[in-house]
Design a protein around this ligand. Structure first.
Ligand SMILES: Cc1cc2nc3c(=O)[nH]c(=O)nc-3n(C[C@H](O)[C@H](O)[C@H](O)COP(=O)(O)O)c2cc1C
Length: 365
């Protein structure tokens, strides 16, 4: 196919000839207001549709973007036109909250035992790893109500809008109540599906992160599901090494009436400069790491979760993210049992990733 060979040629030099769509030297708010940084003409998408049935929607493909790089409706609109069909609005809170100061994203060398900053993003995106240190920023509820609605109206046929939410310990409500409150807000604003981020390192139960406590997962998910009613609910999990714990967490989701589970979130690691100083400053010794480095853990999560869902005959969809940095890797995760495969880190440097996948698929039809 002529278009595909042209796209392949374009991709060989896309990065570093074109800027990343997220500028890591600008603040989060500047990226939100001025971005995404993409000025090229978007190549035409092949006509093929895979007709994927997903939580009451029919999707043109199982390819998407998890919570993170889509900061507002402008970002959702670009991603939709770039052929990503499962679009997640970055995690929102029930109140306005600023992002951490710069740096938020630092390219990383994960080849050495101690993960260290790299001076620049590698030319070879297969080696792409970054820190993710934002502190769950959120715009005001008024802004979100309008902007999520705008995002919903940008979507094309065969696409779906997920809005990710997180609960906070606020004066008026407990964390669990705040999760439910924010989820109801996301639904009202126009979310097709709500995702609750249970893997946020800042949200802890007495035993560690919320997602690692089956009891807390059950209690919180049940409360959210009650307010969402027939709007589907996804629970976003982090990596869980203990197979028994993973099973208990997934069973807790199912008992609470959750419709899908997703993983993984970033892996928390110390990032240290050559000088021995913490790369993100003394207040942020650890940071979430994402990109290629976490692919093995993400694949393990998908294999094990699929096995649990099948063996226990659970009515749960499974969404994958973590380390997908090339178009072929979407299929790697789909073959391992994911219903949906998504990329966050890599799509910021290669925004044509979904189109590359679609051209590959249409060649095989
Ligand atoms: C810039 C950026 C911001 C992110 N913000 C969020 C977030 O707000 N909520 C969330 O659940 N995950 C967030 N993530 C994590 C991603 O959803 C995903 O779980 C993780 O990055 C692994 O996928 P990847 O290797 O393709 O990046 C973020 C990731 C990136 C790169």
């Amino acid at each position: 196919m002529e278009e595909f060979s042209m796209l392949k040629e374009k991709l060989k030099t896309w990065w570093p000839s074109n800027p990343a769509i997220y500028d890591i030297h600008k603040t989060y708010q500047e990226n939100l207001e001025e971005g995404p940084f993409f000025s090229e003409e978007i190549p035409e998408r092949p006509g093929h549709s895979a007709n994927i049935s997903f939580l009451g929607h029919t999707l043109r493909s199982p390819i998407g973007i998890p919570a993170g790089p889509l900061l507002n409706s402008k970002w959702i609109s670009l991603a939709s036109r770039l052929g990503f069909d499962v679009l997640t609005y970055k995690t929102i809170r029930s109140f306005q909250h600023p992002a951490h100061p710069l740096p938020n994203i630092i390219p990383l060398n994960c080849k050495t035992e101690q993960i260290a900053p790299l001076e620049k993003v590698p030319d070879d995106l297969n080696q792409l790893n970054i820190t993710n240190s934002f502190g769950n920023p959120s715009q005001s509820p008024k802004y979100l109500l309008e902007d999520i609605n705008k995002a919903k109206n940008c979507l094309e046929a065969g696409q779906v809008l997920i809005v990710s939410v997180v609960g906070s310990d606020v004066k008026e409500r407990s964390i669990i109540e705040d999760y439910a409150y924010t989820a109801a807000y996301a639904k009202e604003a126009g979310a097709d599906i709500v995702e609750a981020n249970f893997s946020c390192p800042n949200v802890k139960s007495k035993d560690g992160s919320l997602y690692q406590s089956p009891e807390m997962v059950y209690e919180t998910a049940k409360k959210i599901k009650k307010v969402l009613s027939d709007t589907p609910l996804i629970i976003k999990l982090g990596s869980i090494d203990d197979p028994q714990l993973l099973k208990e967490v997934i069973l807790a989701c199912s008992r609470a009436g959750v419709n899908a589970v997703e993983g993984i979130n970033t892996l928390s690691r110390e990032i240290v400069k050559e000088s021995g100083q913490p790369a993100l400053g003394p207040d942020r010794i650890k940071s979430g790491v994402c990109g290629s480095y976490i692919r093995t853990k993400a694949l393990e999560f998908i294999r094990s979760s699929r096995e649990i869902i099948s063996n226990e005959k659970l009515d749960l969809k499974l969404l994958a993210c973590g380390g997908i940095v090339s178009a072929e890797q979407f299929n790697l995760f789909l073959r391992e049992g994911a219903d949906i495969a998504m990329s966050a880190t890599a799509m910021m440097w290669n925004p044509l990733l979904a189109l590359e996948y679609h051209y590959g698929e249409s060649e095989n039809v």
